[in-house]
Structures are given as C-alpha cells and as structure tokens.
Design a protein around this ligand. Structure first.
Ligand code: 13P
Length: 250
C-alpha cells in the first residue's frame, strides 16, 4: 500500500477547498494499491467529507485537542473529528511545533486522544537544519518519537509516522531538496526505532517539497510507504499527476 496524503495547510479558503474536493471527487481514483487522503482546514472538513463521501479519498484534520470535551475555547477534539467523518489527524506537524510552540508532551497527549477516539494519528517528526548541520538529527528524531509514543498502548490503534525535515518543507521551512537516499536512510532508522515500541507495521511517509517531478524518487525507496504533500497538493492537476505517477510506478 502506498499513501498519498495532501496537507492543504491554510492555503485555501472554504470555497477553494470545497471546489478542490469536488474536482477530486469527479476523478476515477480507484486503485487498491493507493490510499489517498486530504487534510483541509478544520472549517472545511465537514464540507469535504460530504463531497468525498462516495470517493475513495479519505479526510483528515490538521490537528486536534487532547481533551475529549468541555470548556476548551477554540479547540476541536479527536472524537468530534471522528464523528464528522475524519479517518486521520496530523499530529505534531513542524508548523504546529515551530510556529505555535507545541511541545513534545502536547504531541503525546494528542496522540493519546486519537487512540482513545479510534482515529489514526499521523505523527509528524523532523529535524531542523541546525540539527542536521550539527549531525544531531537522530537525537532530535528519537526525542520526538519516544516523547510522543513511549508507554502508550498502540496495540489496537492505527498509527502512521511522517518524516518531514523542517529544512525541506516549502513555505515555513527552507524548501531544500532532500536527497531520496538520505530520506531512505532516515526511514530505515525510524522503522527500527518504532519497532522497539510496537510490533505492528507502521507506514512511514516522507514530506518536504514533494512534487510531480520528484514524487516517485521518494515512493520508490524501500522504507518510504508514501508521501505527505503540502503546496503541490492544492491544485487538482498537480495532485492527480502525482497520483498517476505513483500508481504507474507500482
Ligand atoms: P511542502 O510539500 O509544501 O514542502 O509541505 C510539506 C508539509 O509540510 C506537508 O505536511
């Protein structure tokens, strides 16, 4: 199974998000070997769910609160996302960590909330350019992995991990090209770290400046099970070109 996940971030307004969902819903995306999901803003999640309900494209949220319910102004719980029809939630995206100051313990509580609500968290991890230049990227990644997952009961719940080096993310990061062989090496290492926490298979996605030209260079790596795409996923033609490129490479 290969995953193509589209993180629309806050690039689109509601009308544009629903128009993009409509464009995608009109396409024949039937391929059993691919799992596609889109992550609109929270405002557009319910609309996207209703537009895509007969399509194989799943919907995810870009973040959730860790509390299930209560006096939490401005928050949306994992259970609410699940009730509305989300299958996935991004947790610990680098923009949440670096722009909004989310800490590893926040990430952990959000992962626990997803497990509780039976919605699959997509744990996002990634080193900064400084970590990479210092050669401490694995220390950083290990802190993020253990901080988010160690001690949680992952037995019955879904889990996906997305490796998104901050220096490779366009817009909020440096947008540098990540060599697919480097990404593959890190994924192999992440797989072995995750295997100390759970015996089940955890799909590993790569994210950071993925586009139509380079997507297969990542998905063809042995330990890269799919991609999490930002800016190249907000136009239907570029999303569909990526999807076709990956489908025909399988
Ligand atoms: P870009 O594809 O725009 O670099 O964004 C990657 C990302 O952050 C996806 O979550």
């Amino acid at each position: 199974m290969t995953f193509i996940f589209a993180n629309w971030k806050m690039y689109l307004n509601n009308e544009e998000s629903l128009a993009l969902a409509k464009d995608l819903s009109a396409q024949d995306l039937g391929s059993n070997a691919l799992t596609c999901a889109v992550f609109p803003t929270m405002l557009s999640v319910a609309g996207a769910v209703s537009i895509l309900k007969n399509s194989p494209i799943a919907i995810g949220a870009q973040n959730v609160a860790w509390a299930p319910k209560g006096a939490y102004t401005g928050a949306v719980s994992a259970q609410l996302c699940k009730d509305v029809g989300c299958t996935y939630v991004l947790i610990g995206h680098s923009e949440r960590r670096h722009i909004f100051g989310e800490k590893t313990e926040d990430v952990r509580k959000r992962i626990a909330a997803c497990i509780q609500a039976d919605i699959t968290p997509v744990l996002c991890i990634g080193e900064t350019r400084e970590d990479k230049e210092r050669g401490t990227q694995k220390d950083m990644l290990k802190t993020q992995i253990l901080g988010a997952l160690e001690g949680l009961d992952l037995g019955n719940s879904g889990l996906i991990v997305a490796y998104e080096p901050v220096w490779a993310i366009s817009g909020s990061g440096n947008g540098d090209h990540c060599n697919p062989a480097y990404a593959q090496d890190i994924h192999t290492w992440i797989r072995s770290e995750i295997s100390t926490l759970t015996s089940k298979f955890v799909p590993l996605l790569y994210g950071g400046s993925v586009n139509q030209e380079n997507v297969v260079s990542y998905t063809s790596q042995k330990d890269i099970d799919g991609v999490l795409v930002g800016s190249a996923s907000i136009k239907s033609n570029s999303f569909l070109t990526m999807r076709d490129a990956v489908a025909s490479s399988l």
